[in-house]
Design a binder for this molecule. Structure first.
Ligand SMILES: [Mn+2]
Length: 272
């Protein structure tokens, strides 16, 4: 069963950073790692309507990472052609990765820790800081928002559904080798309900670790406390739509995303 996911990973245009390099994406090896230190896998939910969001999110991770990381998009079309995803799209799915995100432990070959994150995130901090919070006692770790959205629609008018543990699944550190996560096979991900998956129903409450909210800072919901640097966002989540949508171009923290986009565009034009 692993050969399929292996093949998917090999053919994906995954990006590897061996650490903070800061020069047009050139790979720079750290003197102390002989290139064989395993990269931390970061799976980013990909939606064809939000390609630019994905590119900017990926850049924001790679440019600030001081550890080797590998960014891998979760693309539904690729998963379908690999035979890993076959379920019909339902009315409550607001993105192409609503369900496929739960394949993260499978795609990581049920080994080590890996991160899943939506594409509508902007990282303003080093992902190494997040990995330092990892605690092997847990099957997964996430920001445990207590959150009821005020908006009735999101993004381009797709239905906004309210449910317990809303937004918890948008940024998850998975302990891929944890025995409880072995249940997350393609068969289960393709057949289980949204409620079962998004509420982490396969786990006991005590198996779900907590990460500070600054790692899934919900634009329009969480507030910056100017007096406390520990409350500054480290990962900004444009959960109701970011500046890549015309109607959201003046949202809070739009300036940070737009300056990351500008840097991305400059690099892209140099490569041409
Ligand atoms: Mn999101």
């Amino acid at each position: 069963m692993f050969s399929t996911s292996k093949r998917l990973l090999d053919t994906e245009a995954s990006e590897v950073s061996t650490g903070n390099n800061g020069c047009n994406g050139d790979v720079v090896h750290h003197p102390n790692d002989n290139g064989n230190k395993e990269a931390f896998k970061i799976f980013v939910g990909y939606d064809s309507r939000e390609d630019l969001a994905y590119e900017v999110c990926k850049r924001s991770i790679l440019k600030r990472a001081s550890i080797p990381v590998e960014v891998i998009p979760i693309k539904q079309s690729d998963l379908r052609s690999s035979g890993l995803y076959w379920r019909q799209r339902g009315p409550t799915e607001s993105t192409e990765f609503s369900f496929s995100r739960f394949l993260t432990p499978y795609l990581a070959n049920y080994q080590g820790w890996a991160l899943f994150v939506d594409c509508d995130f902007l990282y303003t901090a080093d992902i190494k800081e997040l990995t330092e919070l990892i605690d092997d006692r847990y099957a997964l770790m996430c920001v445990q928002h207590d959150y009821t959205p005020k908006e009735s629609t999101k993004m381009d008018g797709a239905a906004q559904t309210v449910y317990p543990r809303k937004n918890w699944s948008s940024m998850v550190l998975y302990n891929c080798g944890h025995p409880k996560n072995k249940i997350l096979t393609p068969e289960l991900v393709n057949t289980q309900t949204g409620a079962f998956l998004h509420r982490f129903t396969w786990l006991e409450d005590g198996e779900i670790g907590s990460v500070p909210f600054v790692w899934n800072f919900l634009v329009g919901h969480n507030k910056v406390d100017g007096n406390d640097p520990s409350l500054q966002p480290k990962a900004i989540h444009y959960t109701t739509g970011g500046p890549w949508f015309e109607m959201c171009k003046n949202c809070e923290f739009a300036d940070l995303w737009l300056s990351e986009l500008e840097a991305y565009n400059k690099e892209a034009s140099h490569k041409l």
